[in-house]
Design a protein around this ligand. Structure first.
Ligand SMILES: [Zn+2]
Length: 373
């Protein structure tokens, strides 16, 4: 019998008693009706961008704390994780705009405001607009219906409202077997990560963005492929230019975008991409079926979410990651090769895995499992 995702009693109490979520009590009416403020991405007003940056940075802290507080793979966890990843992408976009305007690498000092008021109505409205559901901060009633994509491999779950999440299963992995994945590159750290994984005998998957496949990006993924890793499709953007999930696009638009990224990978590496992971794990069943059949890509979720975007401390990330791997004993590990903390923690992680009896297995195992071989 399929696991029920909505037995939320203890967690709901936890969230209700947490000051982090006191804001929900003050939300007026139906959150979906709140007007979403225009995104300031096109504006060159550095003061406004900086204010947005601070606001979203604070919200990111709240959601990363919520993700840490929730049980792995619980609806709260998936939701806070998806929200957090979305906010991180927005932050990176804003930082890039500030850099373009001022030349500065923008980073806030640590220890910014936290707590109930850190998630403003503006940020909440944006999240509700993007994900089209009311999260732990809104209505808790949710209907669950699962659409099976591949029995025993992955399925689409309507975890909240009407938002479909790819839910990965890893029963094809034996205890002690791990698959390593790195998202959102290529970037300046990709070659270092690729080399460290190669040295450790850890063939990994790099889920790349087509928007990062300029001349240097192409060279980076060529190097990753030459190091024995799988270079795979994530999106052109993440997944839309504004950082919205693929559910904001039609199936045709999604296919067109991913066809281009797959072609870019083939041109740069000489190898056909074999895997696809939707940003935030959010994709419609229809689009996913088209991608798996038309582009012959094996969909990939994750079963160990390191939340590496939510900390800057490589030691904390490393300790959290090995704790999660010890707890599950195996899994598909999600990291991002664009963060310095991830680069540092991943290099330590592979050494720890080797010293503790774990094996980093070939990503091809996922294709076999998906095909039922
Ligand atoms: Zn991503």
């Amino acid at each position: 019998m399929r696991k029920k995702y909505f037995i939320l009693g203890p967690l709901v109490l936890l969230f209700q008693s947490s000051s982090l979520f006191a804001l929900e009590l003050r939300l007026p009416g139906e959150p979906a009706s709140v007007q979403v403020p225009a995104v300031t991405a096109a504006a060159a007003d550095v003061n406004q961008l900086t204010a947005d940056y601070r606001e979203i940075y604070s919200a990111l802290e709240v959601y990363s704390e919520a993700a840490y507080a929730a049980a792995q793979n619980s609806p709260e966890y998936i939701e806070a994780s998806a929200y957090g990843q979305y906010l991180r992408v927005r932050l990176e976009n804003i930082a890039a705009l500030i850099k373009r305007e001022t030349g500065a690498e923008y980073e806030l000092p640590a220890g910014d405001a936290r707590g109930a008021n850190a998630v403003s109505l503006k940020v909440l409205s944006e999240l509700i607009d993007v994900f089209d559901f009311n999260g732990v901060l809104g209505v808790r009633e949710a209907e669950s219906r699962g659409v099976l994509i591949k029995q025993g491999y992955c399925q689409i779950n309507y975890v909240k409202g009407n938002v479909p999440y790819l839910v990965q299963q890893d029963s094809f992995l034996k205890k002690g077997e791990v698959i390593l994945t790195f998202d959102d590159g290529p970037g300046p750290l990709t070659e270092e990560v690729s080399a460290a994984m190669k040295e450790a005998g850890a063939p990994s998957v790099f889920f790349v963005l087509g928007s990062k496949l300029g001349e240097s990006g192409k060279a980076r993924i060529k190097k990753a492929a030459d190091d024995g890793h799988a270079v795979a499709v994530h999106g052109y953007n993440h997944a839309t230019e504004a950082g919205k999930p693929f559910t904001a696009l039609s199936t045709d638009e999604t296919l067109r975008q991913l066809t281009g990224v797959a072609a870019g990978i083939k041109a740069a590496t000489g190898k056909k991409a074999a895997f696809f992971r939707p940003p935030y794990g959010v994709i419609s069943p229809e689009a996913l079926k088209a991608i798996t059949s038309d582009l012959e890509l094996t969909p990939v979720g994750w079963t160990i979410d390191t939340l590496d975007w939510s900390t800057k401390d490589p030691e904390q990330l490393y300790q959290n990651t090995i704790a999660m791997i010890k707890q599950r004993g195996k899994g598909i590990v999600l990291l991002h090769d664009i963060h310095p903390q991830s680069r540092t923690a991943a290099a330590r992680l592979v050494k720890w895995l080797a010293a503790n009896g774990y094996t980093v297995v070939s990503p091809d195992r996922m294709t076999k499992a998906f095909k039922g071989e």
